[in-house]
Design a protein around this ligand. Structure first.
Ligand SMILES: *Cc1c(COP(=O)(O)O)cnc(C)c1O
Length: 353
């Protein structure tokens, strides 16, 4: 039976990527597995270089002073690394959800953090707007897509200071002028590959401005100087991410996938809005094209609905415990057919009820 994987992360990947990745586990280089050869071998160095180049190419950032790195420790490690590498005196953060809150918590280890705005009072169901970013801070940090609550920043403030963005759950999903950002990071497991690596894209000229000593593993400059090979990289995660980026490029890049993502989101939200049994969680203008959050109006239908979607081959639909209800994550590799399958179950429930 065809599976429809709506998991929020780790998430669905393109079939052909999984096939190539599994083949490489058995035979990547003259009968040797990808995970049993030296990361210094030419064949793996080529993979790393290709992955880094593809990331910059897809984002339209080649030749603009940016470097791409594939690091370890997840996006959560970036909460710490960003502050360690960029925070000298003060930093400004936008608090739009659990992940932003965690980023703030790590930065507070270094100094006091200014929260320019927060939607915590409304359980993060909207994106605050109309705040000011102070010029005398070291950087401004925001989260482009709030995976748990299903909100997404549709535009970004003009920042007088370096703009840092956690794009873990919507990188490579929509066209943006990525050159407005000075540092972007994203855990691979939401839209790019398996868990185990995190993409960091950083504009080199924002580095080297803090006076503290930075441990080597946490220093972006060290990783840049060593071409993202300071220590043994997570070869399988990098290779699989490279395959996904190649898949995306072959499809026509971000512009092409964006059209698909918009179709999926439109279909999903129109069902949520038209079907009287369901209610959307996020404020309409801030709805995420990646993660649609919704609840049943009448909780008595929960058992019936849960049985129905599971029988239809749908998985990963349960909402995060802090929101409840359901969350349909529609990352790049999820097909429009999978969204159609879910919408069908939802309207079937309506006709039964
Ligand atoms: C999942 C997620 C994270 C955490 O990623 P890890 O790789 O597990 O550390 C951070 N930010 C956002 C927006 C996420 O969706």
């Amino acid at each position: 039976m065809q599976k429809h994987n709506f998991s929020a992360g780790p998430c669905v990947l393109p079939k052909e990527v999984l096939q190539k990745a599994s083949q490489a586990l058995l035979d990547f280089d003259n009968g040797l597995s990808l995970i049993e050869i030296s990361h210094r071998s030419k064949s793996f160095v080529d993979v790393m270089e290709q992955a880094r180049a593809l990331a910059l190419e897809l984002l339209g950032l080649e030749g603009k002073g940016y470097k791409a790195l594939f690091l370890q420790g997840g996006a959560s490690m970036q909460f710490l690394m960003v502050a360690q590498n960029l925070l000298e005196k003060k930093a400004a953060y936008l608090n739009t959800g659990t992940w932003a809150d965690k980023a703030i918590k790590e930065a507070k280890i270094f100094d006091d953090i200014l929260e320019v705005a927060s939607s915590k009072n409304a359980n993060y169901n909207y994106i605050p707007k109309g705040y000011d970013i102070p010029e005398d801070h070291d950087y401004f940090h925001c989260t482009s897509n709030n995976t748990i609550f299903g909100t997404q920043m549709k535009s970004f403030p003009k920042s007088p200071i370096p703009l840092v963005c956690d794009m873990s759950s919507d990188i490579f999903s929509r066209s943006l002028d990525f050159s407005q950002f000075d540092l972007i990071y994203a855990g691979a497991q939401k839209n790019m590959g398996p868990a185990g690596t995190t993409l960091v894209v950083v504009k080199e000229d924002i580095l080297g401005k803090v006076s503290r000593k930075i441990p080597s593993m946490l220093d972006y400059k060290v990783h840049i100087d060593k071409s993202s090979m300071f220590n043994t990289p997570p070869v399988f995660a990098v290779y699989t991410s490279m395959l996904t980026l190649q898949w995306l490029k072959d499809l026509g890049g971000i512009k092409a996938i964006e059209k698909e993502n918009e179709k999926k989101a439109r279909l999903m939200y129109s069902e949520i809005d038209l079907n009287p049994l369901f209610k959307g969680f996020a404020a309409k203008e801030d709805r995420s094209d990646m993660n649609a959050t919704f609840t049943l109006v009448n909780e008595d239908l929960k058992e019936t609905f849960d049985t129905m979607w599971k029988e239809a081959g749908i998985s990963g639909l349960n909402g995060h415990r802090s929101v409840g209800g359901y969350r349909a994550s529609m990352y790049n590799a999820l097909s429009l057919d999978s969204v159609k399958a879910l919408v069908e179950v939802m309207s079937e429930l309506e006709s039964k009820a």
